[in-house]
Design a protein around this ligand. Sequence first.
Ligand SMILES: [Zn+2]
Length: 237
Amino acid sequence: MLNISLVTLGHLKYSLKVKELTEWKSNLLKITQTAQLNHLQDPEGNDQEYLDKQLINLIQADQEAHFTVALIGAPLEDNYYMRRIAENICVISLFQMAEIVRDANFTIEQYILRNIYELVVIYRSNNALIPTDYATWAHDDIRACLFDMNMDKNDIVFSLHKPQLCTQCTARSQRYQLPNGFIETLKNELKKIQKPIYYRISDWVRDHPILALVFSSFFAIFLNLSASYIFEFIKPC
Ligand SMILES: [Zn+2]
């Protein structure tokens, strides 16, 4: 079990249900919110982005945790949505991503969890650190995989609903010493990252309009029959 320390940097603009992260049931990771930095200094980047060298001075790694994840509402260097700052510190940005994720009916918590699972695989596969070349794991091809490159930030939506570890990434992970059952547990837990139920039903209706119509017709008939039965039962003799 990896202990992951969560730190928020400044105002995230969007409300975050921290409990959904800290109470996430997992055999692989445990997230704890340990610190907040309420007043963030101005960014040093030319395009109002926070540079790695600035962030490294702002974020303190939690020594009790295996690694620390900082959340920020502002852009990061080169407009990446996640960056490695040190071998035990990463930053996840909500800049542009919060809108992309919410417009596609996902939640910001799902987006954070999906990225934390990506870090967990990297950390486990690299002798307990996040290496500088971690980005080489990513592939351009979009496979609904944790390691989709997502050069176009909008492509994140393809790996937010039940994200996977593709065959190539599974094979790559298995070249390293992993805890017993790690891959199986990971894949089972990734299936739990999914859209809220209302939007899953809405997606199903959109993909199966005829069936949805048939079901709703049967449901209407059922309601009508039930109403008639109840009326017969309660009407005065
Ligand atoms: Zn992959």
